[in-house]
Design a protein. Structure first.
Length: 335
């Protein structure tokens, strides 16, 4: 796998830490748990979208773009990081916000919404759930073009094959670190949403012939639909890199921790956010990494992850949204 062939901007100095979380292992009574700290990636607040944007923004700059356009939910980490990278590169940025949960968008909300203000989006426009997001972004792009600008549209979550290269690169980084530290992982657990993270990781691990299974924990979709999405994007990413095709058997997306729906709280999520904060000083988020960690905890507790397994949790970030979820995290009915 030779990723150096692809233009890339760098927003993180060096590698993110790969650490043990021994106090969580003790709290769960087993499994040797490790964490890949992609919450500490570069750009404002870190998180997984930074790796995807390294390849996407290099492409935008090569094409002479002056304005980035993207889409996300009201507390979108992807929108926050796209704005941050636009500020860093001297580009304009326009956001389309999809109100996936009706009534959930408030322009004056804290968390990532506050950061949209501070980082100076040229436009933040809310659309209803189910809107044609590609058409909405195309309308923004047309407005930019009409004003003499050069737009570059980034799909939701940055989950195109080009964006997913960021997580093929992460697979390589994990394998290098694990070799350096003499640690052989039995499994990797990761949140699975717009699928670029999970898919890129799979494409990279297959290319490297790593032999490490990945368990995806869904944050939105049902199992079969998400597994199909991940397989398709993992195969397209492998095509782009020119490496062997992942197959259906490589993809596992568990949907037992989604709860009532995307971004809606569960007791297991609140318990996971509290446990990691209190036992390890690691901040998760209510929408993604909190549910993914709830999945890991559930799998250890019910024995699907053995007490002797060495498991790596890929921390995809998200803590900048915590302040917007204070009521949820303190809700007696969820604690
Ligand atoms: C976007 C996001 C995810 C999900 O990653 P996908 O590539 O969209 O599947 C997980 N965690 C956080 C914090 C995110 O912002």
């Amino acid at each position: 796998m030779n990723l150096a062939r692809f233009p890339r901007r760098r927003y993180t100095p060096g590698f993110t830490p790969l650490e043990r979380i021994p106090r969580l292992s003790v709290a769960l009574g087993g499994a040797e748990l490790w964490i890949k700290r992609d919450d500490l990636l570069g750009l404002a607040g870190g998180g997984n979208k930074t790796r995807k944007l390294e390849f996407l923004v290099a492409d935008a700059l090569a094409k002479g773009a002056d304005t980035l356009i993207t889409v996300g939910a009201p507390q979108s980490n992807h929108c926050r990081l796209t704005l941050a990278v636009a500020a860093r590169e001297g580009l304009q940025c326009r956001l389309v916000i999809e109100e996936r949960v009706p009534g959930s968008y408030a322009a004056d909300a804290l968390g990532n919404n506050l950061l949209f203000d501070l980082m100076g989006a040229s436009s933040v426009r809310m659309v209803k759930a189910g809107a044609d997001l590609a058409a909405e972004m195309a309308a923004d792009a047309a407005a930019v073009t009409a004003a003499g600008g050069r737009p570059y549209v980034i799909v939701g979550g940055g989950s195109s094959p080009l964006g997913a290269l960021g997580y093929a690169a992460c697979a390589q980084e994990i394998m290098d670190q694990a070799f350096d530290m003499g640690v052989a992982f039995d499994r990797i657990v990761v949140a699975s949403g717009s699928a670029g993270t999970h898919s890129g990781l799979i494409a990279g691990l297959v290319a490297l012939n790593a032999g490490i299974p990945v368990t995806g924990i869904n944050v939105r979709r049902a199992r079969a639909e998400q597994e199909a999405n991940v397989l398709k994007l993992a195969q397209a990413t492998a095509d782009l890199i020119g490496t062997p095709q992942p197959v259906a058997a490589d993809i596992v997306c568990l949907d037992e921790w989604v709860g009532p729906g995307y971004s809606l709280p569960t007791r297991e999520m609140v318990a996971a956010v509290r446990l990691l904060a209190a036992q390890e000083g690691v901040l998760l988020d209510p929408v993604y990494s909190g549910k993914a960690m709830a999945g890991l905890i559930g799998l250890v507790r019910d024995g699907r992850i053995g007490t002797n397994e060495r498991v790596l949790f890929l921390h995809t970030g998200g803590s900048p949204s915590l302040s917007a979820f204070g009521q949820v995290l303190r809700d007696p009915a969820l604690n």
